[in-house]
Design a protein around this ligand. Sequence first.
Ligand SMILES: *Cc1c(COP(=O)(O)O)cnc(C)c1O
Length: 360
Amino acid sequence: MSRVINFSSGPASLPETVLRQAASEMLNWQGSGMSVMEMSHRGPEFMHILANTQALLKNLLGIPDNYAVLLLQGGAIAENAIVPMNLIGKTGQADYVVSGTWSLKSQQEAARYGQVHTAATSEALGFQCMPSQAEWKLSDDPSYVHFCSNETIGGVECHWTPDVGDIPLVADMSSNIMSRPVDVSRYGLIYAGAQKNMGPSGVTLVIVRRDLWGHALPITPSAFNYQLQAEHDSMVNTPPTYAIYIMGLVLQHIQQEGGLKAMAELNQAKSALLYDFLDHSAFFSNRVAPADRSRMNVTFFLRDETLNAEFLQDAEAQGMVQLRGHRIAGGMRASIYNAMPLSAVQTLRDYMFAFEKRHA
Ligand SMILES: *Cc1c(COP(=O)(O)O)cnc(C)c1O
């Protein structure tokens, strides 16, 4: 059976070469006589895989030495609690910028662990833009300021690095990490689940500046204590070994393709193709403020929403799946992460053009 063009928001498409390599190594990883899934996490083979994945992360993102790179379980939703558990104890309060469903969820979870202040929100505008820097009103003494760099559901992306002075900046980068270069030194902490741009679900990347720890709330579970995990090289508990291995293969693939600069160019070209089409269409539209449109999740609506089912059905008949928007947002969404080739985005655009013509 041939493979579909998969526009899933996550878990999402992976590079086919990665899947093929994983398949070829499934029963016997590099002469070890074992599958990666069967290896002791403390054995020399897996230690090599872990070190390789960590080195690729540091190399691709240019992570400075004063940051710890953790590979944990729980996903970004668990981090919504783990971040405040580790960081909010410094002053007891934290600021949140709310630009969509995910950052709202982060804020609500954090409120269980301390005082939470909304520094800015675009909720009244239907989460169709990123609150500008000028709108951010920080509280007196926040332990950190949290924002989401790409709202996967609304299709809103922050295309600038916020400036919050000496206060640690915390970012949920789950859905746009590895899509372009990032100046890690501008952040106190970055977290991201792997299943959008880096690999399968099950592993969560946390990049944390070492001077931020030491304030963990006493209730913080050991497995979720950043300092403890850093001191044990993410092995306080058994790490998600197979997911870390696949992440390493994906990162190696990104490096071979030219690194994050090349990813940025490709993602810019792919998303521009769709937004240009949407802006010239009388049949489809995107509702996000042009300056804040996501390069990863392109959301759009049909003018006549009674045709939604037909649009999805015909797309599926042509091998394009998972275009339905999130139930909260409605409409359609094409998630076009790193692994989505330009040719697949062209195929979608051509399909949309033909559908529009047919229903004009
Ligand atoms: C997918 C996603 C999450 C949720 O990740 P889980 O793995 O389900 O915890 C959180 N934040 C953003 C921005 C996401 O895209």
